[in-house]
Design a protein around this ligand. Structure first.
Ligand SMILES: [Zn+2]
Length: 389
């Protein structure tokens, strides 16, 4: 995989799936001016300004992971936490996770937070504009789920916490509305942390400082109040009901279902930690999520691909392709999956699709057509992210 650094010139390719709708154009010439796609033409005339001939490649809007934790690696939670005290070690750790993602063809990431706000600090201290949206630390209530994602707050501290995060250039605001799903008892979820009025207050306060809310929520009740409060995106959303999903579609709230952090518990070495009954609960839990994913697409919910990379058993980069594979196993078409992985993700992050005339260019190039064979996405040839929005 090569990360292209081209400010000006013409890129030729066999095909491009143009944003915002993946409209295919064969034998395309893309003209780039200062990192912006100034012209996209099929069968153009000869040029002397060609800088790359990707004649075997399909270009698609850049792959986007809507939910990662760059301060964690998915392998050893304790090792990562130990590094949190050393800015130098942490910076090289995060760089490594970020590069692992880019290497797999990803072009933008949305970080769901960590207790020290490490990913946000890394982004803020980088001399270049990194393709990361980082929430810093998550809003959560003292003594409830998520000690590694943010310091616990009292209700009266929430407003102040949002102002603090906004001052640190956090974007979006991450909130933990519920706990996590139980692997011991099917359908059980850790307790809810916020009621509807408090969540509404969070959404309003975030809006006042120009920020959107990314809400961790499992259980139908928790997801329902997220939708009523008008959050930007629901993360996880395990055990959502059909009615709530339809409400999500109606209100245009985005969904990032994160199937791989549950499904990968069935893989070694993680599976050795669980009893036979627990493995059964895990399987039933992620399969239900796959079923709801299909309904979501059927009913018009905008779904973005998020991996929760950094969570136990989910590696940055490769976890993304595992998540796509789980979408495929659920029965979705390649086109629906590619849309979720590219243009929907961009929408959720507030970016342009990446392959639109007049907009900053951002693409992933593969040697083949991902609409025919999704596996080709696992072998990216090039990424272009020279001018992150
Ligand atoms: Zn997460």
């Amino acid at each position: 995989m090569q990360s292209l650094k081209i400010d000006n010139g013409i890129i030729k390719a066999k095909k491009a799936l143009m944003g915002p709708s993946l409209h295919p154009i064969k034998n395309i010439h893309l003209e780039i001016t200062d990192g912006v796609l100034t012209q996209a033409k099929a069968h153009p005339t000869a040029t002397t300004r060609e800088v790359l001939n990707a004649k075997h490649c399909t270009l698609l809007p850049g792959l986007v992971d809507c939910h990662v934790h760059l301060a964690l690696d998915g392998i050893n939670f304790k090792d990562c936490m130990d590094k949190w005290h050393s800015p130098g070690l942490m910076a090289s750790h995060i760089k490594k996770q970020l590069n692992a993602g880019l290497e797999q063809g990803l072009t933008y990431f949305r970080d769901g937070g960590d207790r020290g706000g490490q990913a946000l600090t890394f982004k803020n201290s980088s001399p270049t504009n990194l393709p990361i949206k980082a929430s810093g630390t998550a809003l959560r209530i003292q003594k409830m789920y998520g000690t590694f994602l943010g310091p616990g707050l009292k209700k009266e501290q929430i407003k102040e916490a949002i102002a603090f995060l906004a001052g640190k250039n956090a974007d979006p605001i991450k909130v933990l509305v519920s706990g996590i799903v139980s692997f011991k008892e099917y359908g059980r979820v850790g307790p809810q942390q916020f009621d509807l009025p408090t969540l509404q207050q969070i959404v309003n306060n975030a809006k006042k400082v120009g920020l959107k809310v990314m809400a961790h929520a499992n259980s139908d009740e928790a997801v329902k109040i997220c939708i009523q409060a008008g959050v930007h995106s629901v993360e996880h959303g395990y055990f959502i009901s059909h009615d709530t999903l339809k409400m999500m579609a109606e209100k245009g709230i985005y969904w990032v279902p994160t199937i791989v952090p549950v499904a990968n518990q069935l893989k070694k070495p993680n599976r050795d930690r669980f009893t036979k009954d627990e493995l059964h609960v895990i399987e039933k839990t992620y399969k239900r999520q796959q079923e709801m994913l299909c309904w979501a697409c059927e009913w018009g919910v905008t779904v973005g691909v998020g991996t929760d990379a950094g969570a136990s058993g989910v590696l940055h980069g490769t976890g993304f392709h595992e998540e796509l594979q789980l979408y495929r196993e659920a029965g979705l078409s390649c086109e629906t999956i590619v849309k979720a992985a590219t243009i929907n993700g961009a929408k959720i992050l507030g970016l342009n699709s990446g392959l639109e005339q007049g907009k900053p260019l951002r693409f992933t190039a593969v040697a083949g057509d991902p609409l025919e064979d999704l596996n080709i996405l696992k072998k990216p040839e090039y990424i272009y992210l020279h001018s992150p929005d």
